[in-house]
Design a protein around this ligand. Sequence first.
Ligand code: SF4
Length: 346
Amino acid sequence: MEKKDLRSIVGQEMLDFLAKHKQKPFRAKQVNQWLWERGATNIRQMKNLPGTLLDVLEEAFEIPAASVQNAQTATDGTSKVAFEFHDGQLAEGVYIPSRKRVTACVSSQTGCNLNCAFCATGQLTHGRNLTAGEIFDQVVAIKNMAEEQGNRLTNIVYMGMGEPLLNYDNVLQSVDYITGKPGLEMSPSRITVSTAGIVPGIMKLADDKVRFHLAISLHSAIDETRNRLMPINKKYPLDALSEAIQYFHEKTGERITFEYLMLRGVNDSLDEAAALARFCKSFPVKINLIEYNPVEAFDLKPSTQETVNDFVQFLEKRNMIVNVRRSKGQQIDAACGQLANRNVNS
Ligand code: SF4
């Protein structure tokens, strides 16, 4: 009989299993504490459970935990971690220590079908959704890495490989395990989920009244440019995206963050800045302008410093909140848009 993933058994299903094997209901809480507080990867680690329960659990279930296949560290301290899952699929997470915070960037899928023109992950089209447990494993591994270096993990961003809102249920469940009890009990305000603009997913987040931050990879507020950079814009154009963002803001009161890669001669003109300013009129936003990290396969270049300065000035004159972000981890292809399972065997 094929064993089920113990981490996919939630609520009543676990209680039914325990009842069937004449075990007390409180054992469910103990199992969950092992899984989501202590990150157990083997049923035999659950030492406070009776042997009879361990036997039946082991017969029916397994814990297909991710393993760290490789970790590379750049001189700026950023580490890229390659995770291998039980079926041989790979995804990458990134540990990003900085003066103010220590961030784990995690993947939600093992590739991505959205094919953004600047993204190395988009080249890996045959991926699958990661389970909540597999996302959680990345967080725990990076948290441990931070602690080994005397740091404490402070922030988690779902900005690694994949589109989180196309793996909605597993992503939200993983957030529950990161923020909940039993779980890592981190504050939802420390978590950011980033989307390419999946309109129904944004509406659902609003209806679910999530408490984490939402970031949107915008990269242009002109449909023609955005269609070229992000083909998903043809399905969910800027008008629809704007409505979804307004709805999200109304329901949650949250300010959205826009991620905007500065690409030379593509989206860095003052016309683009004016379109961005217009697009941001209907809701409060923060804009992160991100330096582009060249990816070999694409003919794209970072904007010049002068252009970035002009772009920032234009937006700031219109009272917009703008940060300019330098991506960390370029040296090891761990920066934004560079995750593509390269060098996993090196
Ligand atoms: S930027 Fe995000 S959504 Fe676009 S291809 Fe890369 S991983 Fe997918």
